[in-house]
Design a protein around this ligand. Structure first.
Ligand SMILES: [Zn+2]
Length: 245
């Protein structure tokens, strides 16, 4: 999957721009093509997180949908049984770092590697599955983070659609933001069933939003696609290479 490297220079202050230019940072964010078949790939970040994750699992089960959960090692330590349940219900479990370290991408190679290996180990111990996908905290990638991913056999996965759902507890606002942004094409959507490493019961709102989104998107003709299928399918993989969001 080709990655669109948004120029971080447009997003940050002048001093930050110089720093970013020096370290080669980019945001792992894709663009969606209106030409591709209309599909949605559901991903959830920052779990496992108690009732919020359980509610999301229930909604997915009711609709027979598979999603990918990018788990934090620290949260897996707190809730190993819930991590196991995610995998047992047929979902993909990915690595989202140990503690959602904001500057992980700028750590030394050895320190990044320790972080990702520790998280992989925790996920494998609790679920029996070794992660194959990695989503960087806050979407920040650098060449050295990519290098560690390559060494560990992890494919970095970004997003097409990020709606800042972590900062609202209003399900209809989340659903509206998603529906407003989707205009044909194929998307990897991220929602957050957790909030970093905190126990965050209010994230059950994501399950409520999902209950509204699923029937509406189905009415609009969207097909649900798992991450494995998306990565395998050249026509879908190509969605990251064209047009704007
Ligand atoms: Zn996250």
């Amino acid at each position: 999957m080709r990655v669109v490297r948004f120029p971080a220079i447009a997003l940050l202050s002048l001093s930050s721009q110089l720093l970013i230019g020096c370290v080669g940072m980019h945001f792992l964010q894709y663009r969606s093509s209106p030409m591709a078949s209309p599909t949605i790939c559901l991903t959830f970040d920052d779990g496992p997180n108690g009732e919020a994750t359980e509610r999301v699992l229930e909604v997915l089960r009711q609709h027979h949908l598979q999603a990918t959960f990018f788990l934090l090692g620290k949260n897996v330590e707190r809730e190993p049984l819930l991590a196991r349940r995610i995998a047992e219900e047929g979902h993909i479990v990915g690595n989202h770092s140990y503690g959602h370290e904001t500057f992980l991408a700028f750590y030394s190679v050895q320190r990044i590697k320790r972080n990702l290996e520790r998280t992989n180990r925790l996920i494998t111990e609790s679920t029996g599955v070794t992660p194959r996908y990695f989503r960087p905290p806050n979407g920040l990638m650098t060449a050295r983070l990519q290098r560690v991913c390559d060494e560990l056999g992890l494919t970095p996965v970004g997003v097409h659609l990020f709606v800042h759902d972590s900062f609202t507890t209003n399900a209809s606002v989340i659903a509206q933001r998603v529906l407003r942004r989707i205009r044909g094409g194929s998307y990897i959507l991220v929602l957050h069933d957790g909030f970093g490493t905190s126990a965050a019961p209010a994230r059950t709102v994501v399950a409520d939003a999902l209950e509204r989104l699923i029937p509406t998107l189905q009415q609009r003709g969207y097909r649900w696609v798992g991450l494995d299928e998306l990565i395998r399918e050249p026509a879908l993989a190509a969605i990251s290479s064209t047009t704007n969001r």
